[in-house]
Write a protein of this length. Sequence first.
Length: 393
Amino acid sequence: MQRLLYFRLGGSRCLGLGREVAIKRAQASHSLATLAVKHTKLGAVSEAYTLEEIQPVEAVGATEVALKFLAAPINPADVNVAQGNYGMSKELPSIAGIEGVAVVEKVGSSVRNLQVDDWVLPHKALLGTWTQSTKADQSSVVKISKDIPLPYAATLGVNPCTAYRMLRDFVDLKAGDVIMQNGANSMVGYAVIQMAREMGVKTINIVRTERPDTDIVTRLLSNLGGDVNITDDYVNTRGFKEIADEFGPIKLALDCVGGETVTHMSRALAPGATIVTYGAMSKKPLTVPFDVVSSKMLKMRGFWISKWMEENSIEDRSKMLNEISQMIREQKLRFFFEMHDLDDFQHAVEKSQEPYQFRKVVLNVNFPDRMKEHDSKDEREYDQFDVLYDPAV
């Protein structure tokens, strides 16, 4: 069952549009412009990104494809890009958005491996996904299957792939092995738990103590297949040591938080274990005592999926994407989403910045004409424009 919260905003919110924009739309007899979110300057997300009208792509070069993005998430990395804190950048102004799924609308004369109506993901970092119309060289995108739900397709290329690679590229994990992770309630964390479960690998999952809903979070992680689900203040306790001893050697630790939690995690690891860092949500330095590193001969590694994409072929990535897509089709990999139409971008950004979330915010880039849809209804039917639904996968 796909858990999807979809905001089809209506009523007093004017279908998710700002009041002035909504009035313009109504006066224009529902004509929809081609929209894109532009990255115009460095700064806070609300200042760096602006929703603008653009000219749709009319022609493509011989090796290019014209793309219409269908959906695209708002990721923490997009915030880093806005602030200039990402590992790469491009000249401004430019189309914003790192991740998303698009449909091919036109192909150039020399394009051989793609055709109209194919679904594709970016294979080049900072391609620009928050747009209804763009073009790219065929080498900058990778084809995916069209038979998975749209929000899953839009978020397929970063978080699930990060989990997939970290479980395979650093330690030779076998059924019965034990791993540990912090940030377990992130999308990567959800993926790690479920992928490890399919591998027969046991997981110890850590979430932040300061969350007001830790009981709900730990129950959710248990439902996804997490073996031990705890708060970070429990890691450096006798009780946790007893659990770790009972489970057996912890060969791999995955870190997206940094700070003191990693210090405590390192003390629980087996000799020769590996710590893989792929984020720094606490914005605190990664701290592992020298005596722990040296006495246990721990390995410290970093991982970034964008760098992996640079160093590996589209064929390798396609194989990975196909395997993850199969897990989604078999309902062995579940995530939680809420979708917002692109023309309600600022509200979507605000939702994405709220603390203690369960759902990934995804932009519905190819949204229908909500004004027309709204006006076609009897006033008594307006309540359907603010609904929660759970379509079966």
